[in-house]
Design a binder for this molecule. Structure first.
Ligand code: SF4
Ligand code: SF4
Ligand code: SF4
Length: 591
């Protein structure tokens, strides 16, 4: 048996880590509701396993999504993940070739060159040493980039990198040391026994000219092993917890599990799968315009992991989804934030007796129109909608004409999920009583919640989608207007519901659209969000001004949006007119 005492720190660290992680993951998974655990079992024995392996390869090892954001950043991340994986795989194969028995010790591939010093007796020695040196070089090149990123993050398309917690720092520096220590340990052995490859043999000869290798070789192997122990010991308490956790997360996602209104074991997996890569930092407008950072997921999740959530970190957020869109791990950031808000509240219900008086006696038509409270506060939009229905001779039922009740989304955003359910139940009754086949909303916030949460038996459309449908059916005859305008994708319609094309199809028939870098999924929030409970009026104005300046091009004569709240917010800062899609359609409609 090949053994030396220096392997003990590595072995203790690895076994301890495996036990700790197993206990943690089992606890999280067992805390899931019964039906979700059943889903996991079913998915485990289905073809989803192939999709799981493919996604682990693409995202946990190669980091394809990060490559798409920035090639150098992608290369850096993949060199650590994929490089280390290759080192383990080829190391294990090399040990198989070197040993006649198959049950090898876990540490043998890691410390192979210490134990196998005579190259002449090893099968395919030249091949393996070349491969192992090439992989180590690949990782070391990534390490150089990681160091550069700390000093000059813009090289990798990032304005800011994440500030680290002390446990992260210990894990980070021990990770950074692992590969140079491996190089030094292997090279020192190679300098004495010439058992290395193209890199380690050369570094070994170089070191032999400078240092007494016989004396330093053994301490170097010890240092390498101790450093591995340190990394394993701090991994669960640092951002590197994301390495094993992302793999479990992918498996559960494949089974169809996701975070909804409550923090569950799955949310814990999501929070721990955050690599603190910092990609979400630049995406956040509160950070960019106002310089505040608490709410950024990179920091919020860091705090949650260390059980230190401060209120502003949860409530000072636009729930705009820019961070979620940017996140390469696809963490459901917004649902986690809202669920966490729900956790923090004391659940005293408000009084909803007035709901009994809300009538459900409605005229029956094919289309039910729900303006929503935001459109009632921006009456020009609901007026335009009524006018469009009349001009197109479309019978409709205006189900909240008298102001009626809210869709429930603002309550959800504040974390009052149970209160939101009461309103939602009443709305469901009203919608069912209308007998309509299509529910049309003018507010993206209402659209998202009716579409995703109500599970209505009828079709839900935002007005942009209705206009698009009518235009395709030849029902909308529009006069082109000699106007050049910018279009703003509202958060809940764009990133939140992926409705990007419908408003553009229709606008292209009426005006000349000005392209900007801040459109579709890269759209900026207007700042008027119902989700932020810490915003002062001046904050709102600053964010709105910044967004307005970036969206408007030199040629834009007006700003068009599809959200009553965006219209209201932008109007406060705009020099040029701000109008809703419904208003321009009403204007352009031939009678
Ligand atoms: S939330 Fe996503 S983007 Fe932000 S630091 Fe974590 S992994 Fe990176
Ligand atoms: S949702 Fe928007 S405001 Fe909130 S942290 Fe993400 S990017 Fe920032
Ligand atoms: S008002 Fe518009 S831009 Fe602002 S948060 Fe809501 S949808 Fe997004």
């Amino acid at each position: 048996m090949k053994f030396d005492w220096f392997v003990v720190p590595f072995a203790v660290g690895l076994v301890g880590l495996i036990l700790f992680l197993t206990l943690k993951y089992v606890r999280w998974i067992l805390s899931l509701p019964k039906e979700e655990r059943k889903k996991i079992r079913k998915s485990f024995f289905s073809t989803k396993i192939f999709a799981f392996v493919w996604e682990v390869f693409r995202e946990a090892l190669l980091h394809v999504r990060i490559f798409k954001k920035n090639i150098i950043l992608g290369y850096m991340h993949s060199s650590f993940a994929f490089g280390w994986f290759l080192l383990i795989v080829f190391g294990a194969i090399e040990v198989e070739f070197a040993n006649s028995r198959h049950a090898n010790h876990l540490y043998e591939p890691i410390f192979f060159r210490f134990f196998h010093r005579d190259p002449s007796v090893l099968e395919h020695h030249a091949f393996f040493t070349f491969i192992m040196d090439a992989i180590l070089l690949y990782i070391l090149s990534g390490l150089l980039l990681a160091l550069t990123k700390r000093l000059y993050s813009r090289l990798m398309g990032m304005k800011k990198t994440t500030r680290l917690y002390w446990t992260d720092k210990i894990a980070l520096y021990s990770l950074w040391l692992i590969f140079p220590l491996r190089l030094l340990a292997e090279s020192s052995t190679a300098g004495i026994y010439a058992n290395g490859g193209f890199m380690t043999n050369h570094v070994g000869s170089f070191l032999a000219n400078l240092l007494p290798l016989e004396k330093i070789m053994y301490p170097l192997w010890w240092m390498y092993s101790i450093d591995l122990f340190l990394f394993f010991a701090f991994l669960p308490f640092s951002r590197y917890m994301h390495i094993p956790t992302e793999i479990v997360l992918i498996a559960l996602r494949q089974a169809g599990i996701y975070t909804k209104n409550k923090i569950t074991g799955f949310s814990q997996l999501e929070i721990n799968a955050c690599s603190s890569c910092g990609i979400c930092i630049d995406a956040c407008q509160i950070q960019d315009v106002l310089g505040r950072q608490n709410m950024i997921p990179a920091y919020l999740f860091q705090k949650i992991r260390h059980e230190k959530v401060l209120k502003p970190a949860l409530y000072d957020c636009l729930i705009c989804g820019r961070c979620e869109e940017a996140c390469p791990v696809n963490i459901n950031i917004l649902n986690i934030k809202v669920a966490k808000r729900n956790e923090k509240l004391n659940h005293k219900h408000q009084q909803y007796d007035y709901l009994r008086q809300v009538t459900t006696e409605l005229p029956k038509t094919q289309i039910a129109y729900f303006a929503g409270c935001m459109s009632h506060l921006t009456p020009s939009i609901k007026k335009a909608m009524v006018s469009i229905f009349e001009k197109t001779h479309t019978p409709f039922t205006f189900i909240d004409e008298d102001g009626s009740i809210c869709c429930g989304r603002p309550l959800q955003l504040s974390g009052k999920i149970e209160d939101a359910k009461i309103l939602m139940q009443k709305n469901k009754e009203i919608i069912a009583a209308s007998g309509a086949e299509i529910l049309v909303t003018s507010c993206p916030i209402c659209y998202k919640v009716f579409n995703e949460e109500y599970q209505l038996a009828i079709k839900v459309m935002h007005h942009s989608q209705l206009f698009d449908l009518w235009s395709k059916q030849g029902k909308l005859k529009l006069n082109a207007q000699p106007i050049k305008a910018s279009y703003h994708d509202p958060c809940d319609l764009g990133r939140g519901s992926h409705v990007y094309d419908a408003p553009r199809h229709i606008l292209n028939q009426v005006i000349t659209l000005q392209e900007t870098a801040y459109q579709k999924e890269h759209s900026l929030c207007c700042g008027g969000s119902l989700g932020n409970f810490y915003f002062q009026e001046k904050d709102k104005v600053q964010v709105a001004q910044d967004a307005y300046d970036k969206i408007m091009t030199n040629h834009s004569e007006m700003l068009i949006t599809s959200c009553p709240l965006c219209k209201k917010t932008f109007q406060k800062v705009a020099e040029k007119p701000v109008i809703d899609l419904a208003e321009i359609i009403d204007k352009a409609l031939m009678q």
